[in-house]
Design a protein around this ligand. Structure first.
Ligand code: G1P
Length: 283
């Protein structure tokens, strides 16, 4: 029986049109919350959950992500020479040595389901995480760690969910569950009038490799894209899937409001910023 999940897949090929012009030359996943890019929050959450292999499904416009996780000896030497030890430590800690990165290009923007299928050769025949870095989740224990614990209990796929306002169902995958939160149905971006509930999928999945077989034949769904949601719906015909209500605060950093909220909350807990603001009488 598998008890630890060693691979996390990060679909990062999509263009961040909602953040243009900021994302014209900078991947949206590289936008920082104060001083840390969203993609690094994502990777840290995966590492905390025990992951040792990171699979990025990427695009030619996203090279900065690859650079971010590469070593930069020139920078390290310069920081060392300048005696900037703390920041040098931070830079060196971006990626532990035992962790490997795989970058796979998603040539065409065919949807999240297609992006996940692109990861198949790197993942192989074992359960894996999918992490959407736009959804930043902060709390005492990382969301992926919580899901791994749930997987150890149930042994089945786990999809993180939270309640959203009724009028927002059209922005999410929405699930129907039984009394034990086993998923009965999942539908991509339903109109509020047709949504089976207000329980929305957030960007965290722990999936068994069976989903790859199903993705091979998943046709285009909502928005004309190959949807991961549709493959999970097919998976329900073969295996049980747990809808997991995680602990923590989620910020939709794909929207300006969510991004600003995440930034304000992070700044509020940064002692350096707090004392500087107090010094300027801005707090
Ligand atoms: C994707 C998924 C959707 C999920 C959402 C979470 O949609 O397709 O089911 O609820 O992520 O952020 P997207 O936001 O990429 O349109």
């Amino acid at each position: 029986m598998i008890t630890s999940i060693r691979t996390a897949v990060f679909p990062v090929a999509g263009r961040g049109t909602r953040f243009l012009p900021a994302t014209k030359a900078v991947p949206k996943e590289m936008l920082p919350i104060v001083d840390k890019p969203l993609i690094q929050f994502a990777v840290e959450e995966a590492l905390e959950a025990g992951v040792t292999r990171l699979v990025f499904i990427t695009h030619s416009s996203k090279r900065a992500i690859e650079d971010h996780f590469d070593v930069d000896p020139d920078l390290e030497r310069a920081l060392e020479a300048a005696g900037k030890d703390e920041i040098l430590k931070t830079v060196k800690a971006i990626l532990p040595k035992e962790v490997s990165c795989v970058f796979i290009r998603q040539g065409e923007p065919l949807g999240l389901g297609h992006a996940v299928l692109c990861a198949r050769p790197a993942v192989g025949n074992e359960p894996f995480f999918v992490h959407l870095p736009d959804d930043l989740i902060r709390g005492d224990v990382g969301c992926l760690s919580q899901m791994a614990e749930q997987f150890r209990v149930s042994g089945s796929s786990v999809v993180a969910v939270e309640n959203v306002p009724q009028d927002k169902t059209g922005s999410y995958g929405i699930v129907d569950v039984d009394d034990a939160d086993r998923m009965k149905a999942i539908v991509e971006k339903p109109d509020p009038a047709e949504a089976p509930s207000t329980l929305a999928v957030v960007g965290r999945y722990l999936l068994t490799p069976k989903v790859f077989d199903l993705l091979e034949t998943t046709g285009r769904g909502a928005g004309g894209e190959i949807q991961l949601t549709d493959a999970i719906s097919d998976l329900l015909g073969h295996e049980s899937v747990h809808a997991y209500r995680f602990q923590g605060s989620r910020y939709d950093c794909g929207s300006k409001l969510g991004y600003v909220q995440a930034t304000i909350d992070a700044a509020r807990t940064d002692p350096e910023i707090i004392s500087a603001l107090q010094g300027e009488s801005l707090l």
